[in-house]
Design a protein around this ligand. Structure first.
Ligand code: FAD
Length: 355
């Protein structure tokens, strides 16, 4: 028997490595970065994610996460609020990923820093060597590796963009204990406060919307702020030198329905839920748990993948439908108005988009 290898130490990979180590399987956890970065992400932990983390012994509140109790929706001149079904949190990815990676190492996973160049059933070619394994847990998240790349849409793909605004009493008062979604034509911005009081402002938008702003993220943010006073208030004055992180071509809605022998796909490599649902990390944790349980019980990677695809279908399709309607000129305001009039419907949509 070879040792299982987990490729990628984001939430999916680190949790898989922890669970494998706890089961006595002596996993190797490979990641390209020695320093945990601050991945582009809305930083919103849904109540499902929070519960899954607590079950793993990682309490968001103990990491200082900011509590989020309500969803606030903005679109055009409409604003509505709905209480979340249960408490969620705002937490930076640096804080979360560090805690999960540390937990995997503490449980007995061997962390190796190498960048994978190519993967395939039973093998990983890195910049240092070639690894062989009977069980590869593929958890490279947003990033594809040659040999196992996901198909991408060439028609106006979705981009991710993130700017972190420093703590300020005005922003704290405006955002408070809400996860805010500001819906625009062609995209949305999610805003939540994080453990240090800063505001994580994360957008998902069409490439064409970025092209309309001349490909300049600060100009795009200013254009959105001109259209939406509430967004402008939260953003404040932009100097133009703030760091803006971007990621291109996110395959929202993609689900891995099949895999190869011995390749267990996890997290974003298993299913990519449109990010306005704030459920990507929950999918990462659920897939890690299911895949490790399958491996430990002798279930094939193919059977695990097919079962996980069925499990992920409802939340991913619900979030996809919401995202497609919300990004249209009339759809965003209609969703905000409906959520204001029928909060029970808003809560139902939130529940249906959970794994
Ligand atoms: C704009 C946007 C906003 C989002 N907002 C939210 C939100 O608010 N809440 C939520 O729950 N989800 C959100 N998501 C989704 C969430 O970020 C992902 O679902 C989650 O990060 C998936 O975790 P993962 O472990 O699969 O991958 P990742 O977090 O991407 O981790 C992958 C790991 O693999 C490593 N890696 C990559 N390539 C290689 C390689 N070649 N060799 C070695 N290592 C490698 C990386 O260094 C990294 O550590 C958002 C996504 C986007 C795009």
């Amino acid at each position: 028997m070879t040792r299982p290898i987990v490729l990628g130490a984001g939430p999916a990979g680190s949790v898989a490595a922890s669970l494998l180590a706890r089961a006595g399987k002596l996993p190797i956890l490979l990641d390209r970065d020695a320093q945990v970065g601050d991945a582009i992400c809305g930083g919103f932990l849904s109540w499902k994610t929070a519960a899954a983390l607590r079950a793993l012994g990682c309490d968001p509140a103990a990491l200082g996460a900011h509590r989020a109790n309500r969803l606030r929706l903005f679109a055009s001149d409409k604003m509505s609020e709905a209480v979340l079904p249960e408490q969620g949190f705002g937490l930076s990815r640096r804080a979360l990923d560090t805690a999960l990676r540390d937990a995997a190492v503490a449980a007995g996973a061997e962390l190796v820093i190498e960048r994978a160049r190519e993967v395939g059933p039973g093998r990983i070619v890195t910049d240092a060597c070639e690894w062989r394994t009977e069980a590869l847990f593929l958890a490279t998240g947003k990033h594809d590796v040659r040999g196992e790349a996901r198909p991408r849409s060439s028609h106006d793909p979705a981009l991710g963009l993130r700017i972190r605004m420093p703590p300020s009493p005005e922003r704290t008062k405006l955002i408070g204990d809400a996860i805010e979604l500001h819906l625009f034509e062609g995209g949305y911005a999610g805003i939540v406060l994080q453990e240090d009081g800063s505001a994580n402002v994360c957008l998902a938008l069409r490439k064409s919307a970025m092209a309309d702003a001349g490909g300049k993220p600060h100009d795009l943010l200013r254009a959105y702020a001109e259209r939406a006073p509430a967004f402008a208030e939260r953003l404040g004055d932009l100097e133009g030198d703030e760091a803006v992180d971007t990621i291109g071509s996110v395959p929202y809605g993609w689900i891995a329905r099949a895999t190869e022998a011995g390749v267990y796909r996890l997290g974003d490599q298993a299913a990519v839920i449109p990010s306005l649902a704030g459920e990507g990390m929950s999918i990462a944790l659920a897939s890690a748990k299911d895949a490790v349980a399958a491996y430990c019980s002798g279930t094939s990677a193919q059977d695990y993948q097919a079962a996980f695809a069925r499990r992920a279908a409802r939340p991913v399709r619900t979030a996809e439908a919401l995202w497609r309607v919300s990004e249209t000129r009339r759809g965003g305001p209609a969703i905000a108005a409906l959520a204001g009039r029928l909060p029970a419907l808003a809560r139902l949509a939130m529940r249906l988009s959970r794994i």
